[in-house]
Write a protein that binds this ligand. Structure first.
Ligand SMILES: [Fe+2]
Length: 315
């Protein structure tokens, strides 16, 4: 099936619920090496980035107004970046005309976004950057009313691509691990075929490896070799998210994680060494699974050689 509406470039951020957003922000800086770009005390949220986008992670407190009663730490949403606002609006109009339902459309002033739910109930954001220099728009403590944004009506859609091109990657030297970016999210699909159809047809990702009739599917945007991995529900996991993939600077970071993650308050879950990728899977202090990795030969043939049992850990 080919994409009808959008051609996302890549997964741009993961928005996660955490037990305490200030404590999590410190942890993600000191242990994983993501800088806080800005925070929103009124929303109880911290936005951290290594420069890839205006946030690689949003860390939203389980006591934030965005949380549901009894909210536990876990995935809030995944966000995919498209080329331009014009492409976003064109896709939105075609999708709505075809009967696709969006929960909301939002003006984040640096980006315009569409939100909807996937067949399993996970929230998905598709967005376009609408300013080039997000660093001067977002810093420190930030609070802003969100004006209404009606795609294609509130403003003339910007045709110029404004996503970050060759961004300066800032690495926190003193951190235990020197993360470079959030690259992918791996989900345990309750309805695998429906999830596959949604992410390929409605979101517009392409298949890198696996498929609709396989044990897993690795899907990607136009500028990535893997943004979203879907696994069948027989894969063991304590939450519907198997992991969030974080690419680190070098294998020395993986050695540092093996040696130091438990001392930091995190937990070491698994370590795997494969021709395609070397991985150290850890839990943060909230139990959120983070796959720290360095790619080796991350090509379709080498990915296909990964044993089915190890696939959820490596992909
Ligand atoms: Fe988001």
């Amino acid at each position: 099936m080919t994409s009808r509406f959008f051609k996302p470039r890549r997964l741009a951020h993961a928005n996660i619920f955490v037990g305490d957003y200030q404590r999590a922000s410190d942890y993600y800086r000191d242990v994983f090496g993501f800088e806080e770009v800005y925070n929103q005390p009124d929303n109880k949220a911290s936005f951290i980035s290594n420069g890839n986008t205006y946030h690689d992670f949003a860390l939203v407190d389980i006591n934030s107004r965005y949380a549901k009663p009894g909210q536990q730490p876990g995935l809030n949403h995944v966000a995919f970046e498209v080329e331009s606002e014009a492409a976003l609006v064109e896709g939105y109009r075609a999708a709505v005309a075809a009967g696709v339902v969006y929960r909301s459309t939002e003006d984040h002033d640096v980006a315009h976004s569409l939100y909807q739910k996937d067949p399993d109930g996970n929230e998905v954001e598709i967005y376009a950057d609408v300013v080039q220099d997000w660093r001067s728009a977002r810093k420190g403590s930030f609070s802003k009313k969100k004006p209404k944004w009606v795609p294609g009506e509130t403003n003339v859609p910007i045709a110029q691509p404004l996503f970050p091109v060759d961004p300066e990657i800032r690495v926190v030297d003193a951190a235990l691990v020197h993360a470079r970016r959030v690259s992918h999210v791996a989900l345990i699909a309750q309805d695998f075929e429906a999830m596959f159809d949604f992410y390929t047809d409605i979101v517009g990702l392409s298949v890198v490896a696996g498929g609709r009739d396989r044990a897993f599917a690795l899907l990607a945007g136009t500028h990535s070799m893997g943004d979203l991995a879907l696994y069948r529900s027989d894969v063991e996991s304590h939450m519907r998210m198997h992991h969030i993939g974080v690419e680190v600077s070098s294998e020395a970071d993986l050695d540092a994680a093996l040696e130091g993650i438990e001392r930091s308050g995190g937990k070491l879950i698994a370590a795997h060494d494969h021709a395609a990728r070397r991985v150290v899977l850890v839990h943060d202090p909230d139990g959120l699974p983070i796959q720290l990795y360095v790619n080796r030969d991350w090509t379709v043939d080498t990915i296909r050689s990964i044993d089915a049992k190890l696939a959820p850990f490596l992909i």
